[in-house]
Design a protein around this ligand. Sequence first.
Ligand SMILES: Nc1nc2c(ncn2[C@@H]2O[C@H](COP(=O)(O)OP(=O)(O)OP(=O)(O)O)[C@@H](O)[C@H]2O)c(=O)[nH]1
Ligand SMILES: [Mg+2]
Length: 304
Amino acid sequence: MFGFFSNSIKTIKEAVTNTTQKLVSSVVNNIAEEEEFSEFVLDDMEDLLISADLGVNYASEIVDKLRNQDKIKPSVVKQYLKSEFEKVLNDAGSTELNYKDNELNTYFICGVNGVGKTTLIGKLAYNFKSKGKKVIVAAADTFRAAAEEQLDIWSKRAGAEIIRHDKADPASVVFESIQKAKNEHFDVLLIDTAGRLQNKFNLMEELTKIKTVIDKNAPETLRETMLVLDANTGQNGISQAQVFTEAVNLTSVALTKLDGSAKGAIILSVAKELKLPVKLVGIGEKMEDLKDFNTKDFIDALFE
Ligand SMILES: Nc1nc2c(ncn2[C@@H]2O[C@H](COP(=O)(O)OP(=O)(O)OP(=O)(O)O)[C@@H](O)[C@H]2O)c(=O)[nH]1
Ligand SMILES: [Mg+2]
């Protein structure tokens, strides 16, 4: 286990309290005392899962497995959901953040506007720095001046270096950052990108250009192409992800704003629909509020 990002005093259990309520407690409370999985009970269960943001397809798949079988009774619905969710998360692949010692490790971070990309980069920079790593951030969101300023503040706070050129071409900022990171033997390069372009086509074109620069100049250093999703967007996040997958080859997801969200079921949808593991979770606005995602801890937190 990489184990870099577990310093926060807040726990995963606190962060998923509302999700637990919606996704597990409400189903168990409404279903567990029924005699059998009648059509009526199954419909009820499906509605509850959908309203917990599990996604229509996945909710109906779960319910279909319970139809016309006599082995599983409503009294064991909690255990059933637990093993179902565990399997889906395990099938999506390792949740460990890729990292190699004594090499440059590049993290390409993308996502739509406001999801928490720059904050995540600040948190990553801080966490890597506090483990003694040499960190540089590339301000490849040159779309709005305030974005670079914001990243500058985060990187100073974390003690990381930054490459920024107001209004420059994002791909050229990334190129320069890669050269510096390689020449000066940095351990970590974090690439912040724009979310707010006039339209999706422009954004995807820009990300594709950045990806090409990485592929040409430092393919062996790319550890994660990570999509940042805001937990509160729920199922909307899944369609966002599909667009990004077409532009860049995503390897993992960071889920932000899980604190207080009741839509943590998105983690299961990401695993199920996109076959991508969630590797990091944001549980607040502070530098320490970042956690490694771990399937066992998440399942334990959901099911006590
Ligand atoms: N509660 C909470 N707030 C968060 C978390 N992560 C980010 N935020 C807040 O979300 C807002 C947007 O964060 P940014 O990091 O600026 O998002 P961004 O994706 O870089 O946005 P653009 O650059 O506009 O695309 C800020 O107010 C952050 O403080 C989190 O894990 N929990
Ligand atoms: Mg930003």
